[in-house]
Design a protein around this ligand. Structure first.
Ligand SMILES: Nc1nc2c(ncn2[C@@H]2O[C@H](COP(=O)(O)OP(=O)(O)OP(=O)(O)O)[C@@H](O)[C@H]2O)c(=O)[nH]1
Ligand SMILES: [Zn+2]
Length: 204
């Protein structure tokens, strides 16, 4: 893993003006992005999110998953807190890529769940890696985080690369009629921590 910092610019958003930092993984050619908000120096844990790319949810308004809603909620929370970060990692489709994710969605249209669909295509359920996190956070001067996620594997992955996770902050947003089964599968088969409340109410 070889992560190279490239450049920083402003990124004005509906929630405030973030700074956008570009990184290149020189082994894979993947272009990762970090967004930061406010002043990040100091010893206090920083509110943040590690977000894996989901073109369909993040950019195309898909209701099949909760990604876009989580991204927006995280940016809003960070802006409200006055400080925080998002690492936007280019590992689409839990690491299988966009076209394979569309193949997996086609299988899900025929009844497979999100895990079965990956396996029918010959992939593991989750092929993501998180070793790019350490050099990206080191560049930003972040050593301890309050991580917005429902995924305990992300917490472990961060600890494995030496980042202190002071707190896991649940991020349950965006449930709807199209992603309810997907969220349930995340909870029962991928280990995500979701309160039953999330499945009981009908609101976004
Ligand atoms: N293969 C596959 N990938 C999916 C599917 N639905 C969403 N994804 C991908 O799943 C990933 C979700 O990433 P995150 O939201 O960062 O992570 P998470 O594991 O859901 O954990 P949270 O932090 O709780 O959101 C993205 O890369 C999506 O593209 C699916 O049905 N099949
Ligand atoms: Zn998604």
């Amino acid at each position: 893993m070889s992560i190279k910092y490239i450049a920083t610019s402003k990124l004005p958003t509906p929630w405030g003006v973030f700074a956008m930092h570009g990184f290149e993984d020189t082994e894979t050619g993947k272009e990762h992005v970090a967004l930061t908000f406010g002043e990040l120096s100091g010893d206090q844990p920083v509110l943040g999110r590690i977000h894996s790319e989901c073109l369909t949810g993040d950019a195309l308004f898909s209701l099949r998953c909760d990604c876009g809603f989580q991204l927006q909620a995280a940016m809003q929370s960070i802006a409200e807190a006055g400080q925080g970060f998002i690492l936007y990692l280019r590992q689409e489709g839990r690491g299988i890529g966009l076209l394979n994710k569309i193949r997996a969605y086609a299988l899900q249209d025929k009844g497979a769940n999100t895990v079965e669909a990956n396996e029918q295509l010959g992939f593991e359920a989750d092929m993501r890696r998180y070793d790019m996190i350490q050099p990206m956070l080191e560049h930003l001067g972040i050593t301890s985080v309050r991580l917005m996620t429902n995924n305990p594997r992300k917490v472990k992955a961060m600890q494995d690369v030496g980042v202190d996770v002071a707190e896991r902050v649940p991020l349950q947003v965006g449930k709807n009629q199209y992603n309810e089964a997907y969220l349930k599968t995340k909870s029962t088969q991928l280990g995500h921590l979701m309160s039953e409340h999330h499945f009981a109410d009908d609101e976004f």
